[in-house]
Ligand binder design. Structure first.
Ligand SMILES: Cc1ncc(COP(=O)(O)O)c(C=O)c1O
Length: 398
């Protein structure tokens, strides 16, 4: 029957993350650090705003681009945080999560065969959506030796006459790296030199530790060529509400709007009501959750380092990306064996791109008890193999 399916769908590989959840789902007593979403429930006043919107009978579509008040609140939020102004009328688009926004951005930029430099290790959807939109994902690796910073040199080496865009996502899922100003400037230089569009997925912008997030569009000469994607899912613990947004010059947003209106109509109405409340009154909640993530971040990074699983210090998002080099196993075998023997679910780094090989992703968007249980299980696993290297954990930068 697969002959009925398009070649592009047939060649699309299933997410490397799903498989581990499927195996874990068949087991009892599994501890998982595999999940990429907040373990908090949406703060009560935000939740109530969504429910109230339903009670008030707002169960229809909204305007295609999103409720105007919400778009205006987003424009003000971005201006307040970064000092750049997008017009609520036509430069802000409310989408079904960053997921939809990402697809729209790629779809409006790419003709068949156009290339996108995809910085990896990255969110599993990135190369898949480039291909779904008809493009070619040119993977651009980053390395732990460079703190997972993308360099201008790495991008430059992959430019071709078909290169159309750079797809960046910092703070990074899965490494937790945040790009330094120096490296952001290198990306900007390449974009300008080769006249590329930058799609900057900044969904983790609010979850940073000991540094300030830099919005890519604020860099010199970048406003006109940058499509910034962000949303409610991670910062406000609202993954299920499905609200993301795009801020970009109108050439891009209007093109994205054309597809959005046919494909989606409008983002969930109750989700938009909740998002408006979140943006207006959720600042304290974001900060509270950020501080709690930061506490767990320290706990888990120190834990991995103490066990000899050298762990890069993540400065954003809620992921750690320790190296499993001491085990001598490849990351997939490591994760499978760990799940089988200790019922601990981590995600192999190679699920996020070739340069993730030899690492695993462990999320700390989970309870402290879970983190402690995971570290205990890991300790047992390593000890059984004579690999336990009790070490003093290096001090964190932030
Ligand atoms: C980097 C990145 N972008 C986008 C998404 C999807 O977000 P949303 O829930 O807004 O669709 C995720 C979710 O894990 C992510 O990690």
């Amino acid at each position: 029957m697969s002959r009925y399916l398009s070649k592009s769908v047939q060649s699309l590989r299933p997410s490397g993350i799903r498989r581990y959840f499927d195996i874990a789902a068949t087991m009892d007593d599994v501890v998982t650090l595999g999940i990429g979403e907040p373990n908090f429930v949406t703060p009560a006043h935000i939740l109530e705003a969504g429910v109230q919107s339903l009670r008030d009978g707002h169960t229809g579509y909204t305007s295609n681009a999103g409720v105007y008040e919400l778009r205006a609140a987003i424009a003000d939020l971005v201006e307040g945080r970064y000092g750049i102004r997008y017009e609520a009328e036509d430069e802000v688009l409310v989408t079904v999560g960053v997921s939809e926004a990402l697809y729209l951005a790629l779809k409006v930029l790419l003709d068949p065969g156009d290339e996108v430099l995809v910085v990896e290790p990255c969110f599993v959807a990135n190369p898949a959506l480039v291909e779904t939109a008809g493009g070619v994902a040119v993977m651009t690796p980053t390395y732990v030796e460079d703190d997972f910073q993308v360099t201008g040199e790495a991008l430059e080496a992959r430019i071709s006459p078909r290169t159309k865009a750079i797809l960046l996502s910092y703070p990074s899922n899965p490494t937790g790296a945040a790009l330094t100003l120096e490296h952001l400037m290198q990306v900007a230089e390449v974009a300008e030199k080769h006249d590329l569009v930058v799609i900057s997925d900044e969904i983790y912008e609010r979850l940073v530790y000991g540094l300030r997030h830099i919005n890519f569009a604020t860099l010199p000469n970048m406003f006109e060529r940058t499509i910034v994607l962000s949303g409610m899912s991670k910062s406000y613990a609202m993954t299920g509400w499905r609200i993301g947004y795009v801020t970009a010059p109108r050439t891009f947003t209007e093109a994205m709007y054309k597809i959005h209106q046919y494909l989606i109509m409008s983002a969930p109405t109750m989700g938009q009501a909740a998002a408006l409340e979140a943006i207006r009154c959720g600042e304290g909640d974001v900060e509270e959750m950020r501080q709690e993530y930061d506490r767990r971040r320290r706990l888990i990074v120190e834990g991995f380092n103490r066990l000899g699983l050298t762990c890069f210090e993540p400065r954003g998002a809620f992921y750690t990306f320790p190296s499993i080099a001491i085990t001598g196993m490849d990351d997939e075998t490591f994760c499978e064996t760990l799940l089988e023997e200790e019922r601990l679910a981590l995600i192999p780094g190679s699920a996020f791109g070739e340069s993730g090989r030899g690492f695993v992703r462990a999320s700390y968007a989970t309870s402290e008890a879970n983190i402690m249980a995971a570290l205990e299980r890991l300790e047992r696993f390593l000890s059984r193999r004579g690999l336990l290297q009790a070490r003093a954990a290096p001090a964190l930068v932030s």
